[in-house]
Ligand binder design. Structure first.
Ligand code: ADP
Ligand code: ADP
Length: 226
């Protein structure tokens, strides 16, 4: 039940001073339903790996397959959340969440009820008519997660989704996320530079280092969930 397979993946960025190796020989298998945290110091290639899996950047060697098929461009079965939210300030929170349906070319009215359910599940009931600038950073990131989940993706990719928030808000959101995840069994890749955050949330922790851009260790986590 391997969902995502990365084989011998490398990524080199061109740059003014020669080139930058961001990933080298990455091998990774992600099982359906597995929550993976990727942890490592700044610059070790975490964001690049996530963008390559999301189809937003191309690997320069190796291959990536999703459900056995080669990855070509951004697949519609993935949802992505970045460190800085990408909510549109002139749209309401509900319309921001519904944006995902528009991106994927689905009729938005079909997703209205699901959007409202997600907003309630993520503690944003009553805020659907508000605008992003009226919400706190934590609330905006929760809305971003609702948007990523709207069309029921097979894989959710999160790149330090709470990285720009203060420590207390981050801890609260991690507890909430762990609780929401229990039972949903969504396949997740979660990037963080915090080992404690990685271990707290994940079934498996993947450690990267500036080798450059290598996976240096992986271990399964078996902790009771909150
Ligand atoms: P991390 O997410 O672990 O901080 P990144 O994937 O952002 O690491 O970066 C890995 C390496 O690739 C770093 O050396 C970074 O400077 C470089 N890099 C990332 N994005 C680009 C880019 N668009 N152009 C050139 N170099 C890049
Ligand atoms: P993160 O912590 O998510 O890795 P960074 O602050 O390292 O974020 O990078 C922010 C953005 O800038 C990323 O999209 C990354 O791809 C890009 N970036 C990082 N390093 C470079 C670089 N040396 N040249 C060009 N773009 C880069």
């Amino acid at each position: 039940d391997t969902y995502l397979q990365v084989r011998g993946a490398g990524k080199t960025y061109p740059s003014k001073h020669g080139s930058v190796v961001a990933l080298s020989d990455i091998n990774l298998d992600v099982r359906l339903g597995q929550f993976n945290s990727i942890v490592g110091p700044s610059g070790c290639g975490k964001s690049t790996l996530l963008k390559c899996i999301a189809g937003l950047e191309n690997i320069t060697s190796g291959n990536i397959t999703v459900s056995g098929k080669p990855l070509i461009g951004p697949p519609d079965r993935m949802g992505v959340v970045f460190q800085r939210d990408v909510l549109l300030d002139w749209r309401t929170i509900l319309d921001n969440v519904l944006l995902q349906a528009e991106f994927l070319g689905h009729p938005r009215e079909q997703y209205r009820d699901r959007a409202m359910q997600l907003l309630e599940r993520f503690g944003l009931k009553g805020y659907e008519k508000r605008h992003p600038w009226e919400l706190s950073g934590g609330m905006r990131q929760r809305a971003s997660i609702c948007r990523a989940l709207l069309c029921d993706p097979d894989l959710l990719l999160m790149d330090e989704p709470f990285g720009a928030l203060d420590a207390m808000t981050r801890d609260d959101l991690n507890v909430e996320l762990a609780r929401i995840w229990q039972g949903t069994n969504k396949t997740v890749i979660f990037i963080t530079h915090s080992i404690s955050e990685a271990v707290f949330l994940a079934d498996r922790v993947v450690m990267m280092s500036r080798g450059p851009g290598r996976i240096v260790d992986m271990f399964d986590v078996d902790l009771p969930r909150p």
